[in-house]
Design a protein around this ligand. Structure first.
Ligand SMILES: [Zn+2]
Ligand SMILES: [Zn+2]
Length: 230
């Protein structure tokens, strides 16, 4: 079956995400847009994913995920089978933070929001920054948690694996790459890879409608992850 996905959406936890990117607003917009599955992938953190999954339960599928920034300034999407795997992965990233506090007036707020769209806290640790973990170690850590690593927006001129490294390391065996619809893309630069695009939405109006379709055996987290790893 073909399903419509948008697997790269930022909530208000990301400092660059709009304040109205709340769990309910994101889920409702995704449903209005006719999507079958979404992922909220905040920068270096997953603290709003549980609320999004609670809001979405029985309405739309949510893949637990995160967009991390490695020490090479590569943005790497990660997707997991369940929330607990994502949280344990996230906990293992804690030693790689630089300890700097966010500056909300400069970068934006980092709201932690519950399933009722109530702000329950604001993350102090600056999220819009590189972790000190290497790309290789990040990929290994994702896979150790049975997750799928997907290089983000590979055709962008900043914060992509190609902009930072100049090439796609073959030994990392990426099967799926994400590209941006808004930048030129040469698919032949990446032989033997499959591709998805996502919205990388930082505001509600940017969330995709039914434009990115993938084939899955069944509409489940496992089904989507299997499609991403083919
Ligand atoms: Zn990014
Ligand atoms: Zn992003």
């Amino acid at each position: 079956m073909k399903v419509a996905i948008d697997l790269h959406i930022h909530s208000a936890l990301s400092p660059c995400g709009d304040d109205d990117m709340t769990p309910n607003n994101i889920v409702n917009m995704a449903i209005l847009n006719g999507l079958d599955a979404i992922a909220v992938t905040d920068h270096n953190s997953c603290d709003n994913v549980e609320a999004v999954m609670k809001v979405a339960e029985g309405r739309i599928l949510v893949i637990p995920g995160m967009e991390l920034q490695t020490r090479e300034e590569v943005h790497l999407l990660s997707y997991f089978n369940d929330l607990s795997s994502l949280i344990s992965f996230s906990n293992e990233l804690l030693p790689f933070f630089d300890g700097l506090s966010n500056s909300p007036s400069f970068f934006g707020h980092q709201w932690i929001i519950n399933e009722l769209d109530e702000i329950t806290g604001e993350m102090d640790q600056a999220l819009l920054t590189s972790l000190s973990i290497s790309l290789d170690d990040a990929v290994e850590l994702i896979r150790r948690h049975k997750g799928i690593a997907v290089p983000a927006h590979v055709n962008k001129s900043s914060y992509s694996i190609t902009s930072q490294l100049g090439f796609l390391p073959s030994y990392l065996n990426f099967r799926m790459l994400e590209y941006s619809q808004y930048h030129e893309m040469n698919f032949s630069d990446f032989p033997r890879c499959n591709f998805i695009f996502s919205s990388d939405a930082h505001s509600l109006g940017q969330i995709l409608d039914r434009t990115m379709l993938i084939s899955v055996d069944d509409l489940s987290i496992d089904g989507i992850l299997e499609a991403l790893s083919k």
